[in-house]
Design a protein. Structure first.
Length: 472
């Protein structure tokens, strides 16, 4: 069957109607004997035919409306909303049903749009967060993970992790301990917070809260991972700095106090001994003064209090003024102190006082740690630009000292770091010179590079912007 006959309701009505008409026709045929009766029978048949035709037309109309509603509801159930709503005709029950279906469709679309908007907000928040976020269920299986958490745990972005356990994300023992503590925590009485250390010394502070449904039933837990590796490093640096400063200050102060007490309470009978004690006190007070000056200079550089006044500087003049300071010291140690300047070198854009301080620190170290009869060469040359990088003038201080072990090179610019602590203190070093150099270079947007080979010497290279490129 095709068309409206597919509708079972219409088929039953039609068959019932035919049955009634048939029974009435038989009844009148059996008991009709006059013309009047036959006329009535013919009229009844015609009326029945007209009623049958009207029923067919009405059933087709009802069938079309019901079929449209069925197709419409089926599309809505699939989540594919038709672009046009159901047409509403009349005020019958089917019209009321059509209105209700239209209203239901509109409300469902609004709820879906609101849900999508809320989902986009949550995803945007998760993308913008610098913390890693994990959402797990009550069994420890993953429900949600943001991009920063993937990066923290070095997980590929293409891998679908829903349903995975935390042990699959990281097999580190700390993660196993963390998950056990999260599941065992009573969140109604306390807030969960702990710190874990993973491989390569990475530290994370983990905060967790329970995820509850409307009926207060626990659905899972939200874990937020804060990377505190840098804070841990800074805490270590601060602790080391306090310890180093205390040690550096204690040494000269102990010597000054000891010799002063000797002079006050038990002065030596020989004036030469007293003079020697006073000389020792003077040297240690000088060292203490240098240490304090370097600490203040380093503090000002790190805090940005030092104002860098940029001006055009000739590398030859800057190097010449610094070498004049160390000529006598180099002559006493029989060190060949020389310079080599590339011809037609463009000016440097920098602060004269700070760059002079930088070179004094570098040349001072080179002369101190170069043995008798060695050489110290200060050179300046142009480093050509490449790949749209600006041209730079490189100033290099090279010596023929004993060199620095490769493992110590990355730490040379740390405060108070010394390769040979005993020799450094003996030569009057404060352990802050290269740290000051690093900050001066950074303030000038330059580059610092240290090269060294054992028993061959050390070269410190400082690259500074040339004047013709620095203005941009």
């Amino acid at each position: 069957m095709t068309g409206p006959w597919k509708n079972r309701l219409v088929l039953k009505l039609f068959l019932s109607y035919l049955g009634i008409v048939f029974l009435l026709s038989v009844f009148f045929y059996l008991y009709s004997g006059t013309v009047t009766q036959r006329t009535i029978l013919a009229g009844l048949i015609l009326a029945s035919a007209w009623g049958l035709l009207s029923a067919l037309l009405l059933s087709r109309t009802l069938s079309r409306r019901i079929r449209r509603m069925a197709e419409f509801s089926q599309e809505v159930a699939k989540g594919s909303f038709p672009p046009e709503f159901l047409p509403v005709r009349g005020e019958d029950e089917l019209s009321l049903l059509e209105k209700n279906l239209n209203e239901m469709s509109r409300r469902i679309q609004e709820k879906i749009r609101e849900t999508i908007a809320e989902k986009e907000k949550v995803e945007s928040i998760l993308r913008c967060m610098i913390e890693g976020v994990l959402v797990v269920d009550t069994r420890g299986s993953l429900i949600l993970i943001n991009d920063n958490a993937r990066e923290m745990f070095q997980l590929p972005t293409s891998r679908d992790l829903r349903g995975a356990s935390l042990y699959e994300i990281s097999r580190h023992p700390e993660m196993k301990r963390l998950m056990a503590e999260v599941l065992a925590c009573d969140y109604s009485a306390q807030c969960f917070s702990t710190e874990i250390c993973r491989d390569e010394g990475r530290w994370f502070r983990v905060n967790a809260v329970s995820l509850k449904a409307a009926d207060e039933k626990t659905l899972g837990y939200i874990l937020v991972f804060h990377d505190v590796t840098e804070l841990k490093r800074l805490e270590t640096v601060r602790a080391d700095f306090v310890a180093n400063v205390s040690h550096e200050l204690r040494t000269p102060l102990t010597a000054i106090r000891g010799y002063t007490e000797t002079l006050l309470h038990s002065p030596p009978p020989d004036p030469k001994d007293s003079e020697q004690f006073l000389g020792i006190i003077y040297r240690h007070s000088e060292r203490l003064g240098r240490l304090i000056d370097d600490l203040l200079a380093l503090s000002d550089l790190e805090s940005g209090k030092v104002q860098i006044t940029l001006q055009e500087l000739q590398a030859a003049e800057l190097i010449g003024r610094v070498l004049e300071i160390f000529q006598e010291q180099a002559r006493k140690k029989e060190i060949a102190l020389s310079h080599k300047i590339q011809p037609d070198l463009p000016p440097i854009l920098g602060d004269s006082d700070r760059l002079q301080q930088l070179l004094i620190n570098l040349v001072d170290n080179a002369v101190k740690y170069t043995p008798v009869g060695g050489q110290v060469l200060v050179s300046a040359s142009l480093v050509p630009s490449g790949n749209h990088h600006p041209s730079m003038v490189e100033i290099a201080v090279a010596d023929t000292g004993s060199g620095i072990p490769e493992k110590d090179l990355p730490r040379l610019t740390e405060r108070f770091y010394r390769v040979d602590k005993a020799r450094s203190r003996e030569l009057g070093g404060t352990g802050l010179g290269l740290a000051i150099v690093k900050h001066i270079v950074q303030a000038h947007r330059g580059q610092l590079k240290i090269e060294s080979q054992m028993q061959k010497g050390t070269t410190v290279r400082v690259s500074l912007l040339a004047e013709n490129d620095g203005k941009g």
